[in-house]
Design a binder for this molecule. Structure first.
Ligand SMILES: Nc1ncnc2c1ncn2[C@@H]1O[C@H](COP(=O)(O)OP(=O)(O)OP(=O)(O)O)[C@@H](O)[C@H]1O
Length: 707
């Protein structure tokens, strides 16, 4: 069998431009009829590409198909031209793909011819590089043309003796039905499919062989029988008719089967579509079901929570309601009780009025009592002072107007004991305020004072006797306490004491503040204190002294050693002035010489005024101080004999003002002295000597305000 003729319907240059061969035997269409994919072109030389080298320098690549429309119904051959022009270095199986025609896999229809031998192959898993390598054509052509020379495009019935570009043969023609459509689809297995040219040819009609005389061989006798061409033709016609009939039957059968297949295919497609639809609906339903399940689970969980919360709330409110009911019950009872009490109150209003009157009368009684109490309190204080006066009488056996004198004797010092000094003081009658001084041999001179302290009596004992004067101070009396005596006899010890064992000064102030605090509800006191030290004819303010004057004072004290004799005259003068004052007071002289010394001037109000005065006469027990001791005791005896005016309260502060003025005047003079250095030296010189003999501490309470 051979083709009566071959008619190329179109030759598409896939991925390239249209062109016509130089000899005008073939023209190529520009790439068309495709759907999808990309065009690719190369300038590389395509080996063994014959006259069609142009179509092998371009290709369509990717996921694509070709749809040839408006084809006349009939049979066609489709030649496919491939060449690997992209992955030119391989490797194999880098581009593997399938080809489908009219939705049938072309691979099932082809025989692949390569070089001079047939290779039966399948176009599924079609790999160009594996077969021919790169830049070398591979053709899929009509199977009835055994060999197709790509260079000459002349069809031969023999195999090509020399290897030329690879080619494949295509089996039966493609049938185009009434829809006029040829579909060629490319599907990648590994990498993208690729095609360089598609040639569609009309399948040629069959034609009878030329009529000529033939000889037939008898099957029985093997004789050769000559038949005419007409006879031969008839025989052939019969045979042809028989085969044509057979072919027609088969064609009809084939057509029927094709139709059935088509119908089956269509119904299968429809069924598949239906199935897909159902599957999608099922998926949707499943998804909805899943969502619904989740919603239901969530709502069930919410419901459980709400229900447990409801249970809790229920219990809570039940308890709360019970509590409230209890409270209401209690409140009702309280309400009834209050109602009862209100009624009782209303009933007792007359009694209440009576009570108010009673309270008012009690308040006025209380006021009266308060007034009486204050009066009694004033009386009590008056009586207290009277008691103190009486005590003063007890001290000395003389009137309360006398200066009170306490005699205190220090113990022998360690040096005196070590030197074997004997004591000249006899304390046998000390409790009765009597003191004996052994003046030599068996001679003893007795003295009597308000109090006599032995060396064993301590600071507490001394202050116990002095403390009533503190009450007197707060009751408004002027009080003067001073110590007198030979140097080293304990004046400082008695008045100041030592840190561990305080003296009269500190204890007096303590007591003063204690009592004023005790009375704070009744009285308000404004207290100020001055501390003065008197050294013969000089008064020093111990609280207000400036550092400069203190220094000068100390310098002066250290320089006195060599000038004692000179200063003794001044001391005697001071003592003499004090003695004169005391004598004048004792004899009740009309003139008291207070102004003869600073000391007597300062003590004017205390010695002769209406104040309460207490003098400590300090003595030494040593036989070596006998004469000074006798002198001091004689002086003290004279002082004790001084009769003072009855002490009176200083409610009128003029006396205090006077005292203040005097202190100020003295301070002023002291400052003037300090300004004149040479003069100061001289005067201080004199003062310091006096301190060896007498030191007087004065405690003033300048003004006391009674609340
Ligand atoms: N009653 C006493 N008990 C124990 N020690 C005493 C007593 N009286 C005095 N003294 C001691 O004697 C010493 C001298 O006393 P103090 O300095 O008080 O004498 P004074 O009279 O102030 O002397 P001056 O006039 O020189 O200042 C001190 O060491 C003191 O502690």
């Amino acid at each position: 069998m051979c083709f009566e003729s071959e008619k190329v319907v179109m030759f598409v240059n896939a991925g390239g431009e249209g062109s016509t061969e130089a000899n005008c035997t073939m023209s190529f269409m520009a790439d068309s009829f495709f759907q999808g994919g990309d065009a690719f072109q190369t300038g590389e030389h395509i080996v063994e590409s014959g006259d069609h080298s142009l179509i092998y320098q371009s290709a369509r690549l990717g996921n694509f198909c070709y749809r040839f429309n408006n084809m006349l119904p009939g049979d066609y051959y489709v030649d496919l031209h491939f060449v690997e022009i992209i992955n030119t270095y391989g490797p194999k199986r880098m581009r593997v793909f399938n080809v489908f025609m009219q939705d049938e896999k072309a691979s099932q229809l082809v025989e692949l011819h390569y070089l001079d031998y047939f290779v039966k192959s399948i176009l599924s898993d079609f790999d160009i590089f594996s077969i021919v390598g790169a830049n070398k054509p591979l053709q899929l052509i009509d199977s009835r043309v055994s060999v197709y020379d790509a260079r000459t495009r002349t069809r031969t019935r023999t195999r090509t003796p020399k290897p030329t570009p690879g080619h494949a043969t295509c089996p039966p023609s493609v049938s185009v039905k009434d829809d006029g459509l040829i579909i060629i689809r490319f599907e990648g297995v590994n990498g993208s499919p690729l095609v360089s040219g598609i040639c569609i040819r009309r399948a040629p009609k069959f034609s009878a062989l030329p009529v000529k005389r033939e000889h037939l061989v008898c099957k029985n006798c093997a004789a050769e029988i000559e038949v005419t061409s007409a006879q031969h033709k008839v025989m052939q016609m019969k045979s042809t008719a028989k085969y044509e009939k057979k072919i027609q039957e088969l064609s009809a059968q084939c057509q029927r089967k094709s139709d059935e297949c088509y119908q089956a295919w269509m119904s299968l497609t429809a069924a598949n579509e239906q199935l897909e639809k159902v599957r999608m609906e099922l998926d949707n339903k499943l998804f909805q079901t899943y969502s619904l399940d989740q919603t239901v689970d969530k709502q069930a969980e919410n419901l459980r929570n709400i229900s447990s919360k409801y249970e809790c709330d229920k219990k809570f409110w039940a308890v709360a309601i019970n509590n409230l009911q209890e409270k209401i019950k209690v409140m009702k009872e309280e309400h009834s009780q209050l109602l009862r009490e209100a009624h009782e109150c209303a009933d007792s209003i007359p009694d209440l009025n009576k009570m108010v009157f009673a309270v008012q009368s009690l308040v006025s009684q209380c006021e009266d009592l308060k007034v009486k109490y204050n009066e009694e309190h004033a009386k009590r204080r008056k009586l207290y002072n009277l008691v103190q006066e009486a005590k003063g009488a007890n001290y000395s056996g003389c009137t309360s107007r006398n200066i009170r004198v306490f005699c205190r004797c220090r113990p022998l010092s360690k040096t005196e004991v070590a030197s074997g000094h004997a004591t000249v003081v006899d304390f046998d009658a000390a409790k009765d305020g009597e003191l004996g001084i052994l003046t030599g041999g068996s001679t003893k001179k007795n003295f009597k004072f308000d109090r006599v302290y032995t060396p064993k009596d301590d600071q507490v004992d001394v202050f116990a006797d002095a403390s009533p004067l503190v009450i007197s101070v707060l009751d408004g009396y002027n009080v003067c306490i001073f110590a007198y005596g030979q140097t080293g006899t304990g004046k400082t010890f008695t008045m100041e004491g030592i840190e561990q064992n305080r003296g009269v000064n500190y204890r007096t102030l303590e007591e003063l503040f204690r009592v004023s605090k005790e009375r704070s509800e009744t009285f308000s006191y404004d207290i100020s204190v001055s501390v003065l030290e008197v050294y013969n004819e000089q008064i020093r303010d111990l609280l207000g002294a400036s550092p400069t004057s203190k220094k000068q004072w100390r310098l002066a004290k250290t320089d006195v050693q060599g000038d004692r004799l000179k200063e003794a005259q001044n001391i005697n003068r001071s003592l003499s002035a004090l003695g004169d004052v005391i004598s004048a007071l004792a004899t009740k002289s009309s003139h008291i010489p207070y102004r003869n010394s600073k000391l007597t001037h300062l003590l004017q109000d205390s010695l002769g005024g209406d104040s309460k005065t207490l003098m400590f006469v300090q003595i030494s027990p040593s036989e070596h101080d006998l004469s000074e001791t006798l002198s001091s005791l004689n002086f003290a005896t004279r002082a004790r004999g001084v009769e003072l005016c009855p002490a009176k309260k200083q409610i009128d502060t003029s006396e205090l003002q006077k005292l203040k003025m005097m202190v100020k005047e003295l301070e002023k003079k002291l400052k003037e002295q300090e300004q004149s250095e040479s003069t100061t030296y001289q005067r201080v010189f004199v003062i310091t000597l006096f301190i060896c003999f007498i030191k007087i501490y004065c405690l003033f309470v300048p003004y006391i305000i009674h609340g």
